[in-house]
Design a protein around this ligand. Structure first.
Ligand SMILES: C[S@@+](CC[C@H](N)C(=O)[O-])C[C@H]1O[C@@H](n2cnc3c(N)ncnc32)[C@H](O)[C@@H]1O
Length: 331
């Protein structure tokens, strides 16, 4: 046996440590324990009673988190460490990548055969994605919408996730109403001027089409959703989907992610390694298809739309330049 076996073993187990820790942090959030402890330190007994949990298992969970410097646990009282408090802001990334895709990762080997797509948790994908969008895609779309002639619009958010995206947009448009459509929508609307519908975006636009000529000016928002439709139904269907929305005075706001998995400028970037590398993989395993910007530009033109405004995400949030927005108008 080599002299440094143990040192190398520890190094090689680091990914497994990260695997456990990422799951534990996700469940720390989703169980409500993080929020509970963010209010004030509590005993395990109080936490167990408040959240109806088994106190022996909760003790073991807190011991684990204590050893990872997420909580300080003296055997009775638990409190968040300052480093754990900082994690709070990054919860949506855990909801999306761990909550949404943990089950996908268990299916990698089966899915590599190419026989079918891996499953995921749509609800947590939508929730995590909207949470991340609060930092990047929502300000991007808000900015694009300032280029429109009218401030009173109907916002039709297709693939609306938990509805927060449309809700934030409506916050800034006091005379507008909205509809959020998703295959896995929230039970209640997060905004009084936002109606929620459960439907596929493809079916919804077919039903919407006859009304498009007469209804008030609208913007259809498809943020990280054309990639879903492309994976589910293919390019010709996405072109047809956009053509259905091609009515004078209607606009489409698109947000997508440029697909550059072999570009070293992306893959050697910190966020490239931490986020986009897993993100690209997950899209290939599930029924989604990412594509390079040129692909999308050509598709928009073929569907009869031209971009009247373009946007990127703030460099403070994401300096990879991969996320892009286009405000499309029929030509
Ligand atoms: C990546 S999330 C994007 C959520 C939100 N638009 C955002 O920007 O954060 C994709 C959303 O599309 C939804 N979705 C997937 N396929 C759909 C379809 N065919 N019709 C409607 N919604 C769909 C998913 O349930 C999920 O909520």
């Amino acid at each position: 046996m080599e002299k440094n076996f143990e040192a190398v073993l520890i190094e090689k187990l680091e990914p497994i440590r990260g695997f456990f820790l990422a799951q534990a942090i996700f469940h720390f959030f989703s169980s409500g324990l993080f929020d509970s402890l963010a209010e004030k330190p509590k005993s395990v007994g109080t936490l167990a009673a408040e959240h109806r949990l088994n106190s022996d298992r909760l003790t073991a969970f807190m011991q684990y988190l204590g050893n990872e410097n997420i909580v300080v646990f003296d055997g009775s009282i638990v409190q968040l460490t300052s480093s754990a408090r900082e994690f709070g802001q990054y919860r949506p990334w855990y909801e999306l990548l761990v909550g949404g895709y943990a089950e996908t990762l268990l299916q990698i080997s089966d899915t590599l055969c190419g026989a079918g797509f891996a499953s995921r948790c749509d609800r947590l994908v939508g929730q995590g994605s909207c949470g991340i969008s609060e930092y990047d895609a929502i300000p991007l779309v808000q900015n694009l919408l300032t280029r429109l002639p009218s401030a009173a619009l109907e916002i039709i958010d297709l693939g609306c996730g938990d509805g927060r995206f449309a809700a934030r947009i409506l916050d800034g448009l006091p005379d507008s109403n909205g509809i959020g459509v998703d295959v896995s929508p929230p039970e209640t609307s997060p905004h009084e001027r936002l109606k929620i519908e459960q439907a596929s975006a493809l079916d919804y636009v077919q039903r919407l089409a006859p009304r498009l000529q007469s209804e008030p000016p609208s913007v259809v928002v498809v943020a990280f959703v054309l990639q879903e439709l492309l994976g589910q139904a293919g390019r010709p269907t996405v072109v047809e989907f956009l053509r259905t929305l091609r009515v004078k005075g209607r606009f489409v706001a698109v947000v997508e992610v440029d697909y550059r998995p072999t570009d070293p400028r992306v893959m050697r970037h910190g966020l490239g390694r931490a986020y986009y590398n897993p993100y690209y993989l997950l899209h290939n395993l599930t029924a989604q298809r990412l594509a390079p910007i040129d692909f999308w530009e050509a598709l928009f033109l073929e569907a009869g739309f031209r971009p009247i405004a373009s946007g990127e995400v703030s460099f403070e949030i994401d300096s990879t330049g991969l996320e892009f927005g286009r405000l499309l108008s029929p030509y």
